[in-house]
Write a protein that binds this ligand. Structure first.
Ligand code: PLP
Length: 474
């Protein structure tokens, strides 16, 4: 196929050059109605490109994308991977059906279970006690879970995690396919994977049936640009379109589609070289930061640890705990003192999401910031986070998530022993620490309260101060 073509971008361009006028939406009329103060910030050309006609070019752009990434079909979506995940789950399951799900999932997966009334069977994540993080569950755990419960209709795993550690997708896919079960992979962080051999294997090429990717995460898409890739014949692609149509916007943004289209052209034509250069710069940066005192940097030695099958070097995960501060404080320090926004700060580390757009100057700035942090660290300015023994974070699912979410509820100060009616997700990464239907324990409530005091962000808690928790009324 001719990957120099960009059907959506060309359609936008043609429309802009044509003598067209519209009495339909969008009402801003290619930005003519825009006031100068808004245009000064958002740029008038953004509005000039916001043309509804470009939608017609999307199917050709999707065919090019499918060809580029080795998928049977690609479906573009403009409501973020959160909605793409709903679509994927609704396509292969439905109310009352069971899905085997890695508990280390993004909150959008839990939202899908609630909205669709799908029953989760949880796969416990693989806890890394040394680093106090979770990795994707190993293939053997998927096999054992499917052996235990023959009613499971589909499997969903997340890979890679926000720390860049990846599952054995090929192994999991084989296990699923032996039972003719579809495998959904939340690969939100992996849209660059098909374009270089030294990053994890793209899930769609490793046998996954449905793959969800965010194009804005490590790559060139605008925020909310997402796609669903179909890998094999186990998925009814008409169902997929119908499910997407059920929940997506009826006014998708040409800007988002155009950014996906341009990303594919760039990756096919130049991706190998761009990623080669990015990986080489990242190697140098990692070597520099690794030599700094009291910082511990995740590297390729993570492969094979606690079931980690693959690892994305473009995630720079730096443990700062030996400096006597938390990752929450280090993240804030980077922002306040260095004007550098990092992807994630947790109890022990910061994680930077690196891309081919980061040049030598940006990497030098990041390296300098880590050097300043390591050589002259700030004093701890907040209480220490309290991470319990990791197995204690595995909660009992006492009620289906949907039943608990829609049950009669009350706010209580001491939730231990009570069934949660809410989702509380430290963000990023947005993996719920507790979700509707799980039974609160003292450890989890204490972990969240101590985390909040230490700087953990909990945007979805019913009581942002965690003085109370929302539980099912008994
Ligand atoms: C693993 C994972 N899946 C899904 C999502 C949802 O993606 P989006 O923000 O595009 O809706 C995120 C967002 O951070 C994520 O990290």
């Amino acid at each position: 196929m001719d990957h120099d073509k960009t059907p959506v971008l060309e359609a936008i361009d043609q429309y802009r050059r044509g003598e067209y006028y519209t009495f339909a939406l969008p009402g801003h009329r290619f930005g003519r109605g825009l006031d100068n103060r808004t245009a000064a910030v958002l740029s008038r050309s953004t509005f000039e490109s916001d043309v509804i006609m470009a939608k017609q070019a999307v199917s050709e752009a999707e065919e090019l994308m499918a060809d580029a990434v080795g998928a049977k079909q690609a479906v573009f979506a403009t409501c973020g991977s959160s909605i793409s995940i709903h679509v994927a789950i609704l396509t292969v399951t439905g109310p009352g059906r069971k899905i085997l799900v890695d508990r280390n999932v993004h909150k959008s997966v839990v939202a899908s279970l609630i909205l669709a009334g799908v029953q989760p069977v949880w796969l416990r994540p693989s806890w890394d006690h040394e680093r106090q993080i979770a990795h994707p569950a190993p293939a053997a755990d998927v096999e054992a879970a499917l052996e235990r419960d023959r009613d499971i209709a589909a499997v969903l795993i997340i890979t890679p995690t926000e720390y860049g550690t990846g599952a054995d997708v090929r192994g999991v896919a084989e296990i699923c396919h032996r039972r003719n079960l579809p495998l959904i992979v939340d690969e939100a962080w992996g849209a660059h994977f098909p374009f270089h051999p030294d990053v994890p294997t793209a899930a769609v090429q490793a046998g996954a049936d449905l793959v969800v990717q965010s194009l804005h995460k490590a790559d060139g898409g605008l925020c909310q640009a997402s796609m669903i890739l179909v890998g094999g014949d186990r998925v009814d692609t008409v169902d997929l379109r119908l499910r997407l149509d059920l929940i997506t916007t009826t006014s998708p943004s040409a800007l988002l589609y155009g950014s996906i289209d341009g990303f594919r052209r760039r990756m096919v034509l130049e991706g190998r070289q761009l990623l080669d250069e990015a990986l080489s710069r990242v190697r140098d940066l990692r070597a520099r930061v690794s030599k700094l005192p009291h910082l511990s940097v995740m590297d390729e030695s993570i492969n094979g640890h606690d079931g980690v099958a693959e690892w994305d070097p473009l995630k720079l995960s730096v443990d700062v705990s030996a400096l006597g501060i938390s990752g929450y404080q280090a993240k804030d320090w980077m922002q306040e003192k260095r004007r550098l926004t990092v992807q994630l700060g947790d109890a022990r580390r910061v994680v930077c999401s690196l891309t081919y757009s980061d040049d030598d100057v940006s990497f030098a700035r990041l390296g300098d910031a880590f050097e300043a942090l390591a050589t002259d660290p700030p004093k701890a300015d907040r209480p220490e986070p309290r991470v319990p023994e990791l197995e204690r974070l595995n909660l009992e699912q006492a009620m289906p998530p949907r039943d608990a979410f829609f049950a009669e509820t009350e706010q209580v100060a001491d939730p231990a022993g009570r069934i949660s009616a809410e989702m509380i997700s430290p963000y990023p990464p947005g993996v719920p620490a507790v979700l509707p239907g799980e039974r609160f324990t003292e450890e989890v409530a204490g972990y969240l309260r101590a985390g909040l005091a230490a700087g953990m962000k909990l945007p979805d808690a019913s009581d942002p101060e965690l003085k109370t928790f929302r539980v099912v009324r008994e």
